[in-house]
Write a protein that binds this ligand. Structure first.
Ligand code: UFG
Length: 332
């Protein structure tokens, strides 16, 4: 069974391709390598145990997408390809709206024309804005505090509207919490171009002595004053996509939003402590100011994923820290 994975060379995409291949799926990747590396493709094939088909294609190129569907009998798509830096999206809203929304529009246009009407969309917990309570359920109100978040929300709405207009469409909207970690082989992991924005890659760089780490604020209304997030190992997350795909094949048409998180929150200081303990290094860090836009607490109620997909996280914070460290040290 052939699956199109857009953004398949990226952080979550690459791990998902490996897990899909191990579960027997054949993979077609569409990626423009704007924030990923070509060498990842060979590593996915090595870890997945078979070859895949690669199209170097941009989501803004509708004809390139049509060609992929014309040349392959694709039964479903998993759509990862998008720009994802929150701060950059505030500075470059037009680029973010254009890339992420036009990209999604092109993909569903090509899919519709090819009669392929099953999609899993890579959404984000950012669509919950600053929730009134935690843990967060899928039924909570949605809001967007950045252009990046808007693009996730608009794409979710596009897919919902598509399902209303055409009862043959089935869309699963996976709302990720904070993906971290890397494959245990150390061959694939989070390797963004430029300086990372997210906590774990910055922790790793601090441990390597490459950068000073700043904790963004300790005056939040949380147990130690630092922000709480739901960190999820990228391999657990990838397996969540396999479970979602198995569900997508048999579920009734329509749109379904599902949280993928662990259900437990960790503060920034708890992450630093877990990393020091797992890896056995002392992290150089200092307390800084709040980062604009950060909300105090976000963690999932993951019960819908368990109920519908039979999926829950298995890997620990220690696994997340050790695998991130292992991957970073293999890159040099
Ligand atoms: N943090 C620091 N210092 C840093 C970097 C981060 O203290 O140098 C803190 C942040 O303030 C936050 C926590 O670490 O409290 C996690 O920050 P990340 O940037 O790693 O992650 P976010 O929760 O801000 O954002 C992530 C994804 C987004 C997604 C969002 C969903 O990066 O794409 O989760 O809630 F939209």
């Amino acid at each position: 069974m052939k699956i199109l994975v857009t953004g398949g060379a990226g952080f979550i995409g690459s791990h998902t391709c490996v897990e899909l291949m191990k579960s027997g799926y054949d993979i077609v990747i569409a990626d423009n390598f704007c924030n990923s590396k070509r060498e990842t493709i060979g590593r996915i094939e090595e870890l997945g145990g078979k070859s895949l088909r690669l199209y170097e294609a941009d989501m803004l190129d509708l004809e390139a997408l049509r060609k992929i569907f014309a040349e392959n009998d694709i039964c479903a798509a998993i759509h990862f390809a998008a720009l994802k830096a929150v701060g950059e999206s505030v500075r470059q809203p037009v680029r973010y709206y254009h890339n992420n929304i036009t990209g999604a529009l092109n993909l569903v246009t090509a899919m519709n024309d090819a009669g392929c009407k099953k999609i899993i969309f890579s959404s984000s917990a950012t669509v919950y804005g600053d929730p009134a309570t935690v843990p967060i359920k899928e039924t909570f109100p949605l809001s967007a505090a950045s252009p990046y978040a808007q693009t996730k929300l608009v794409t979710e709405n596009l897919l919902r509207d598509l399902c209303v207009s055409d009862p043959e469409w089935t869309c699963i909207l996976l709302r990720y919490f904070n993906p971290v970690g890397a494959h245990e082989s150390g061959l694939i992991g989070e390797d963004p171009n430029g300086i990372p924005n997210n906590l774990m890659p910055l922790v790793v760089m601090a441990a390597q002595g490459k950068r000073q780490l700043k904790v963004f604020g300790n005056d939040y209304p949380t147990r130690d004053g630092t922000c709480i997030r739901d960190y999820i190992h990228v391999v657990d997350l990838a397996q969540g996509h396999v479970a979602a795909l198995n569900y997508l094949k048999k579920c009734a048409p329509g749109a379904e939003a599902i949280n993928l998180g662990s259900g437990s929150g960790s503060s920034v200081l708890e992450i630093l402590n877990a990393f020091e303990k797992a890896v056995g290094v002392k992290l150089p860090w200092e307390m800084g100011e709040r980062r604009p836009g950060d909300v105090p607490q976000l963690y999932a109620d993951p019960s819908k994923a368990k109920e519908l997909l039979g999926w829950e996280t298995k890997l620990t914070l220690e696994d997340m820290c050790l695998s991130s460290w292992n991957f970073a040290n293999r890159q040099g």
